[in-house]
Design a protein around this ligand. Sequence first.
Ligand SMILES: CC(C)(COP(=O)(O)OP(=O)(O)OC[C@H]1O[C@@H](n2cnc3c(N)ncnc32)[C@H](O)[C@@H]1OP(=O)(O)O)[C@@H](O)C(=O)NCCC(=O)NCCS
Length: 224
Amino acid sequence: MSYTVDPTAILCKEAQINCSSVGKKTVVGDFSRIKGSYIGDYCSIDRQNFVLNSKLDDYTYTGPWNMIFECSIGKYCSISYGVTIGPPEHNYKLLSTHPFIYRSKYDFFDDNETIQQQRFEKKLDIGNDVWIGCNSVIARGISVGDGAVIGANSFVNKNIPPYAIAVGSPAKVIKYRFNEEVIDILKDIKWWNLPPEKIKQCKKYFLQEINEQLLKELKQELTQ
Ligand SMILES: CC(C)(COP(=O)(O)OP(=O)(O)OC[C@H]1O[C@@H](n2cnc3c(N)ncnc32)[C@H](O)[C@@H]1OP(=O)(O)O)[C@@H](O)C(=O)NCCC(=O)NCCS
């Protein structure tokens, strides 16, 4: 596998990129560490983030102080500050939850890759255009649908449907961003897959609150 850091990417003070690709015009902030990951074009990873074995697709950005582990995050996501995504699990059914049982550095037992990897066994997928509020934790083993909003300080441990607004600990869906008809059209359009040129042409639809009529017009414009 080859790793590339695009020449237009900006790596700020002491940013570390290990075994990772970083796309066009992406910025990696001070003291952030990206390991085993793919960061798309026009992304921004703010300062003091740690991103491990993850994919962050084009235009997604994070605020400062985030921890992102072994997950896939779609395009155009807004990830606030102090967010933890996919923290590793400790198997509490073993005699101890402490890593001395699988890390040889403690001088008890040999390294045990199986136990180490089990900490990340459950998958985690975050869709496109998802907004995650500050200080939230997104647990492993779930998916967060396209367009969802996660309120500040939430602990998310169940699947969140597309365009739902979920808050609290554990997070519950309190409402949806739009009505069902609008959501159905959005799921169909998947605007985040449009080429940027097309999005530019459709500027007016992005700069006002949407409704079913407007979206139908947009859909028609896209099929022309
Ligand atoms: C989720 C959010 C977008 C909802 O905003 P909203 O539509 O204006 O929501 P409302 O204020 O109408 O709240 C609806 C209900 O959910 C509750 N609620 C809203 N956000 C909540 C949160 N983060 N945690 C717990 N409950 C929350 C409200 O108290 C209210 O409860 P009630 O009906 O019992 O009174 C907003 O509250 C939020 O958390 N924003 C994140 C801000 C952030 O993290 N910014 C960082 C910069 S990117």
